[in-house]
Design a protein. Structure first.
Lengths: 393, 189
């Protein structure tokens, strides 16, 4: 396809962006209007909100556009795009206009007003930038706020926090299924660490792996049918796959060390995990068909909790450098590495669906991190001791 | 008491079976090792693979079923608490100064033939949750393998890992971390 490029400069804001205009017909629906480079932001203004929740809707909208990092909230006169939202009995109607007031779309989102607003923002982001928005992301995580580690769920902006388990046991490592309709996690409810799956739609759960020893670290395959897990039933901690609704496991590794924290490639043909078979935890990648294993190198001999990005191109992980646990990202093709945090005590990173934002935990709080700018923002909730966040894709 | 006779009968049958099994052992072993090399997760260069030969015998000792093991909720970790095995950071090697404890445990188990053990592996708070769960389990398995090496029947030895979830000392300093990196020997009751 052919593009014409014009450089725009906005006064007061030294934001320069490449505006790309399709020269012929807009065949592809999600063709971006603007291509954003680096940490550039598109200027957006909220023109109007109306309806019973007008004031809150404005705050939610503005927060969503800021959280996105690809957009910023400005005054109407400075905006390249304006949005308006009417909330009503059947959800919300959201409208996006360009700087000339031309309507780009106006759509009804049937959902509770808050969720509908998030979905509208995601559609705006997709329409303008071609990248998936993260406003409608849900996060599952562990909190020991009650004194016991239980599983929780919330919206990525910290709203709608719900406690899912109340077992007064130990619950760990929740991971959404690709559809975000289920959560797999480890629970000591039986006394032993077992893998459980919560069905969020029917509000039920079942134990799917309860072999002798440990049953931990479940991760759904991209098609949702399988779980990669760590089991010790055969006398060592190894990686296995099982059907997501239970059944006999297939063993993938055989070493003397610890294999843990599996994460699937988006195509589902490879699983990255950590192994300390060579002394300290390192990222390994196994082909789930051929079982061929290769090591993925980082600049630290202590690298754990890899997560494969939804676009397949990057790993995020927690990495020990200078005695501190930080969040790092590596390009898989080049192994080029970037450490994103400086404070230490950073753990459990999880990609958002845009393969740009990462949520992680530090000192019992959850943060949203922009891997492009390196800026992180605390997600404010009224719970202490929060760990192991995982975002829906 | 009524159950002791059938148990003896079973044992005789078991030894007959064992004799047959030993006769077949050579064939099975050779098949097993071939299969094993094919399934080597590190590929044809064998890098990081398990050493062949004798090591494999102590490597794969499937855990006893849960029905055979202690209920984790009621395990007594007091009686043998003097024999809790301590570990170095990020290590599951049984250090030479810890081995005497396990000899005492083996002795206790020889003298109490009905006792069943739950070995609970723990880590310090450094490192990540999932890795520490694995590391804790690896510590309990290393302890288990050592006891098997001392002649304890593997069916009496179950394992559990609590990772970093149940520290002996909740403080965050070297002394506390040292006491948290442990495999506690519990008795079923």
């Amino acid at each position: 396809m052919k593009f014409n490029r014009f450089l725009f400069n906005l006064f007061h804001f030294s934001v320069s962006i490449w505006l790309v205009v399709l020269s012929v017909s807009s065949v592809v629906a999600q063709q971006p209007i603007i291509v954003i480079e680096g940490s550039q932001k598109v200027a957006v203004a909220v023109e109007k909100t109306s309806g019973p929740n007008a004031d809150v809707t404005r705050r939610v909208l503005e927060n969503d556009f800021r959280m996105n990092s690809r957009t910023e909230i400005v005054k109407i006169e400075q905006a390249l795009f304006t949005v308006s939202v009417v909330d009503h009995a059947n959800g919300i109607t959201g409208t996006l206009k360009d700087e000339k007031g031309k309507k780009l779309f106006s759509e009804n989102f049937a959902d509770d007003w808050r969720r509908a607003t998030h979905r509208f923002v995601d559609k705006v982001i997709l329409t303008i930038t071609g990248a998936p928005g993260i406003a409608s992301t849900r996060v599952t995580f562990v909190s020991a706020h009650t004194g016991n580690k239980e599983i929780y769920i919330m919206d990525i902006d910290g709203a709608n926090v719900r406690q899912l388990t109340n077992d007064k046991s130990i619950s760990l490592g929740p991971k959404f299924s690709p559809s975000a309709e289920s959560i797999a996690y480890t629970s000591y409810k039986s006394g032993y660490p077992d893998v459980w799956v919560i069905d969020l739609i029917n509000k039920r759960r079942r134990s799917v792996s309860f072999y002798p020893g440990i049953n931990t670290a479940p991760a759904f395959s991209p098609d949702g049918f399988k779980l990669a897990v760590t089991l010790s039933k055969d006398g060592n901690t190894e990686l296995y796959t099982i059907n997501a609704n239970g059944g006999s496991p297939t063993r993938l590794t055989k070493t003397r060390g610890v294999e843990a924290s599996p994460t699937w490639s988006p195509k589902g043909n490879e699983i990255a995990y950590i192994s300390d078979d060579r002394g300290t935890p390192q990222i390994m990648i196994i082909n789930s068909d051929t079982r061929a294993v290769r090591r993925f190198r980082t600049n630290s001999t202590y690298t754990t909790e890899p997560q494969w990005s939804p676009d397949g191109k990057k790993f995020v992980y927690s990495i020990r450098t200078a005695g501190q646990s930080q969040i790092g990202v590596s390009e898989i093709a080049t192994t080029q590495q970037k450490i994103l945090t400086t404070s230490g005590l950073c753990e459990s990173p999880s990609w958002c669906r845009d393969s740009r934002h990462i949520i992680f935990s530090r000192r019992g709080r959850l943060y949203l991190l922009d891997s492009v700018s390196g800026e992180d923002t605390a997600i404010n909730i009224n719970l202490n001791h929060c760990t192991e966040p995982y975002s829906s894709k | 008491m009524n159950q002791s006779k059938p148990a003896i009968h079973l044992r005789f049958r078991f030894f007959t079976l064992l004799a047959i099994l030993v006769a077949c052992a050579v064939t099975i072993t050779s098949c097993g090792s071939k299969k094993y090399v094919e399934g080597d997760p590190y590929g044809s260069n064998n890098e990081g693979a398990i050493a062949s030969g004798g090591f494999e015998e102590i490597y794969d000792n499937p855990l006893p079923s849960r029905a055979q093991s202690a209920n984790p909720a009621t395990v007594d970790y007091q009686t043998l608490s003097n024999y809790t095995v301590l570990f170095d950071f990020d290590s599951f090697i049984i250090k030479s100064d810890q081995r005497g404890k396990l000899e005492k445990v083996a002795e206790y188990l020889n003298n109490n033939s009905s006792a069943k053990v739950m070995i609970a592996g723990h880590t310090d708070s450094r490192g990540t949750t999932q890795y520490n769960l694995g590391l804790g389990e690896r510590r309990s398995l290393a302890t288990r393998d050592y006891l098997i090496g001392l002649g304890v029947d593997s069916s009496r030895l179950a394992t559990i890992s609590y990772g970093e979830e149940r520290p002996a000392d909740p403080a965050e300093n070297e002394k506390a971390w040292g006491s948290n990196r442990r495999a506690a020997i519990g008795l079923a009751r």
